[in-house]
Each structure stands twice: as structure tokens, then as C-alpha cells.
Design a protein around this ligand. Structure first.
Ligand code: TXA
Ligand code: MG
Length: 358
């Protein structure tokens, strides 16, 4: 008996180690769960966290070893920097310097919320977090779970919680699909309110903002505070050959489901006629709620009516299309102003910039 005991203990230890590696814990959004998640983050682990834009993969932004685990879990190229999420404006001084006055004006207007601003980084931010750049993207998120986690732990580096190249997750189940066994836990905070990632901006000068990624803080909204707002050319066009990406994320194909996605410009009748002319197994149409889907001969899904609804549901639809084994997806082109620009930008990338006019 005494001889057997150490053996049993050893086995049960091995079991708990294996089960921890093989599964990711799904946590509720209770106070206790958030406390446990904050302990994990302080211990250098990676946790899936709800935000108002999309779910993020969070780790201690100032701990290089923890940040490396994010890159490993996502399969993300090491030169693609992470956004650092803060709890209050005081944390800026720790992270960045030479901050333009306009940064504070925009922070006052849009934080907490879906806006990321790029500024020169301090040495406190490790190169692992900034992808080797001397700048850092900073965002103060609005989701109460994310805010509480940062308050209880530290500034949190968090990219979207998808495997690199896949659509961003807007629900905890999407994170589990991509990350089960690769991260310690996911907190279920419900569906992400906006559904597209934050607007990312840089400052060309004191009065000029450059949008590097469109989001729910729109060009129109920024123009109320900044004299000049430039939409970077890489938002609507494939990165020109030889041009250095102003944001490393622009270099990589993004948001792609497995199916071949094509954006179709034109009215619904022309769209339906075009879709009817295509002979292809696994053809799906992704159209607007109000479209007369009786005119479609193929399978279809809808992704909302206005731009806000489309932003909210786009990534979830792209994931559902994968689950249904769609081979080719024809998408009704969204509007290109306001939040529509963010929807169109994500679709362009999902489609590898393939747009046809009917
Ligand atoms: O809404 C969001 O922004 C979500 C949530 C979790 O906050 N996060 C997110 O992170 O979308 P990520 O890593 O998936 O996208 C961040 C984008 C990348 O394209 C990255 O290249 C760019 O922002 N970025 C980050 N820091 C940058 C920097 N210092 N300079 C230029 N681009 C930067
Ligand atoms: Mg991402």
C-alpha cells in the first residue's frame, strides 16, 4: 500500500497536467471568473477576453514571455505588433511619449471605445509587443469585463482571438473553435457589440490623422476633431508593390473563410441574375436582410440591413459559411461610408480584393 501511494499521486499529477494542456477553460463573466482570469494574466498566461469590438487574446503587455505565447497561439508573424489596452488615461505615461494634443482630444471623445491610436513607445513596452517597431498602438476598451481585467491586472496586449488569417471572433464559441488547448481560458461575455475591430489611426502631424484600419469610429466622426483625416490607400487597395506597410497587418491576408469570396457590386436583380448564371457546387449568396431571396436559386444567408448590423454579423456569417462547407460565396457589396467602410475593407480582404460589377 505504502509503495503504491506515490505511484497513484504521480499518475494523478500527470493527468491534471495533460487535461490542462488539452482543454481551455470556459469562464463565465462573474466577478470570481474575472478575478481568476486576472491571476492567470499576472502569471504570464493567455486568456480569451470579450471586448466591444471582437474577442481578444490577452496577456501582460509588459511581459515578453507572456506576449510570445499570444504569437504562438495565433500562429502570428512576430513583426505584426499588438495593441496595448489600458484602463485609464494615466497609464499612457508608462507606455508612450511625444503624444500630440490631438491624441488627448480624441481620447476624450472616443475612449473608452473602439479607437486605437499609434504613438512613440517607451522602453517599458517590450519589442515582442510592438513587433520591433518604435511605436505602440493603444486603446481603452469599453467592455466592462475587459476593463475590470485590466484594472485588476495590468495593461493587456490583445490581438483579435482568431487563428492568424481567419475571421475575428465575435462570440466565446468562436474563440474556443480556434484556440481550444492553445490558451488557458476564455471568458464568455456575450456577443461583441460592434463586430469589427477598432479603428486604427496614426498621426501624420499635429493636425492630421491617418486611418490605417477603418472601424466603428468613422472618418466622419474623426473629422469633427481633426483638421485632416486621410484614409490610407491600403484600406481600399491591395498594398502597392514596393510600398512599406504603414501597419504591418496590411501585409497579411485576413478575415478569410475557406470559401472563395467575391464581392458583387450592383442592384439586387442584377446580383440574382448573375448568381443564377454560376454553376458551382457549394455556392452561397450573402445578401441584405431586405433582399427578395425568392429570386435566388442557390443557398443564401443574410448579413443585416444597415452598416452597423452588417458590421455586427459579418464575421459570424463568414464562420457559418465555413461550417456549411461553402465553396464560393457571392457577397452583396456594402455601402462605403461611415461604418460601411470597415465592412467593405474586411470583405475586400476576405475576397483577396476580388470585386465584380454586374
Ligand atoms: O478591436 C481591436 O482592435 C481588437 C480588440 C481585441 O481590441 N484587437 C485587434 O488586434 O484587432 P489585431 O492585432 O488583430 O489588429 C491590430 C492591427 C494589426 O493590423 C496591426 O498590424 C496594427 O493594428 N498595429 C498594431 N500596432 C501597430 C503599430 N504600432 N503600428 C502600426 N500598426 C499597428
Ligand atoms: Mg486581427
Amino acid at each position: 500500500m505504502t509503495l503504491l501511494l506515490p505511484l497513484i499521486r504521480q499518475q494523478s499529477l500527470q493527468c491534471s497536467k495533460i487535461s490542462k494542456m488539452e482543454t481551455t477553460i470556459l469562464l463565465s463573466n462573474s466577478e470570481n471568473s474575472i478575478k481568476s482570469a486576472s491571476e492567470m494574466i499576472k502569471n504570464g498566461e493567455v486568456v480569451g477576453i470579450p471586448t466591444e469590438t471582437v474577442y481578444g487574446l490577452g496577456a501582460d503587455a509588459l511581459n515578453p514571455q507572456a506576449v510570445k505565447k499570444i504569437f504562438a497561439a495565433k500562429g502570428r508573424p512576430a513583426d505584426n505588433p499588438l495593441i496595448v489596452h489600458i484602463y485609464d488615461i494615466e497609464q499612457i505615461k508608462l507606455l508612450a511619449h511625444d503624444i500630440p494634443e490631438l491624441f488627448y482630444t480624441l481620447a476624450e471623445s472616443f475612449w473608452p471605445g473602439p479607437l486605437t491610436m499609434i504613438v512613440p513607445k517607451n522602453d517599458t513596452v517590450p519589442d515582442e509587443t510592438s513587433g520591433g517597431l518604435d511605436t505602440v498602438g493603444i486603446r481603452m476598451p469599453a467592455h466592462p469585463v475587459m476593463r475590470e481585467l485590466i484594472r485588476l491586472s495590468c495593461p493587456i496586449a490583445a490581438p483579435s482571438a482568431n487563428r492568424s488569417g481567419y475571421p475575428s471572433p465575435t462570440a466565446a464559441k468562436h474563440v474556443l473553435n480556434d484556440m481550444n488547448g492553445r490558451i488557458s481560458a476564455v471568458i464568455d461575455g456575450g456577443e461583441s457589440r460592434f463586430g469589427v475591430e477598432s479603428t486604427v489611426i496614426a498621426f501624420d502631424d499635429e493636425k492630421t490623422v491617418r486611418i490605417l484600419r477603418p472601424g466603428s469610429v468613422t472618418k466622419e466622426m474623426l473629422s469633427e476633431y481633426a483638421e485632416n483625416v486621410i484614409i490610407d490607400e491600403a484600406i481600399l487597395n491591395d498594398l502597392a508593390e514596393g510600398r512599406n506597410a504603414p501597419s504591418p497587418g496590411m501585409k497579411y491576408r485576413h478575415y478569410s473563410p475557406k470559401a472563395d469570396v467575391v464581392i458583387v457590386e450592383g442592384d439586387f436583380h442584377a446580383f440574382a441574375a448573375y448568381a443564377g448564371s454560376i454553376k458551382c457546387d457549394g455556392l452561397y449568396c450573402l445578401v441584405f436582410d431586405e433582399d427578395d431571396t425568392k429570386l435566388l436559386n442557390s443557398e443564401f444567408m443574410t448579413y443585416g440591413s444597415d452598416s452597423m448590423e452588417q458590421a455586427h454579423s459579418l464575421f459570424a456569417r463568414l464562420r457559418e459559411l465555413d461550417e456549411k462547407n461553402a465553396k464560393k460565396v457571392l457577397v452583396r457589396a456594402p455601402k462605403k461610408d461611415g461604418v460601411g467602410l470597415a465592412v467593405y475593407n474586411r470583405l475586400l480582404r476576405a475576397a483577396g480584393f476580388e470585386v465584380i460589377r454586374v
